[in-house]
Design a binder for this molecule. Sequence first.
Ligand code: PEP
Length: 248
Amino acid sequence: MRKPIIAGNWKMNLTIKEAVKFVEDIKYEVSGTDVESVICAPFTFLKDLKGAVEGTNIKIAAQNMHFQDSGAFTGEVSAPMLKEIGIDYCVIGHSERRQYFAETDETVNKKLKQAFKYDIVPILCVGETLEERETGKTNEIVKSQVVADIAGLDKALVSKLVIAYEPIWAIGTGKTATSKQANEVIAYIREVVKDLYDDEVSENIRIQYGGSVKPENVQEIMNEDDIDGALVGGASLKAADFIKLVNF
Ligand code: PEP
């Protein structure tokens, strides 16, 4: 059985004070569920948030990290730095990072390996553009990303990985893929993982959908067989909405 995982990706929003209050507001409401709740926050919030979630089952994620341990990489944050404050998850390869910060499958692959080296579970984001979907290239694109991004990872690590299928045309646009469209691609990703590894890995790996998920559509999405959770941007910024998302 795969444990459902709902992750809020705050992007570059909120303040430390607001973030800590958010956790105070949600902690009792999300702790009674068998859903894993994850908050993906800006770097400067992480230490305070780790303190705020102590004693709860809420996990804290970074939104990015560098693939080297240390060195002359001005402005970057490393996996050992995240591990030092007990970070559990890290979003890797979000489409905004691929689009605005020149991330490639090659750097994403290095970051996945680096995260696992420090026992941080990556939430790997993949997804197609609108043009790619409209020209029938969705599966081809998603497959090439998954194959390149997880290259060289062994079976035990891939079983722990979380993949977020996020069609770029559905992120922050209010356009959600239908739950059927999302499930089709996610089932296909499971097939790709099965071909690369085996049945066991493909059945264990958790795959989320992301793209304009909100309290009103989360249940329909979560009802699909192959979808194990959601990565949520805009609708994860209000505590009341996050509570509804986790209690779908
Ligand atoms: C995201 O940031 O990963 C995302 C899916 O955003 P939104 O929910 O706002 O579309």
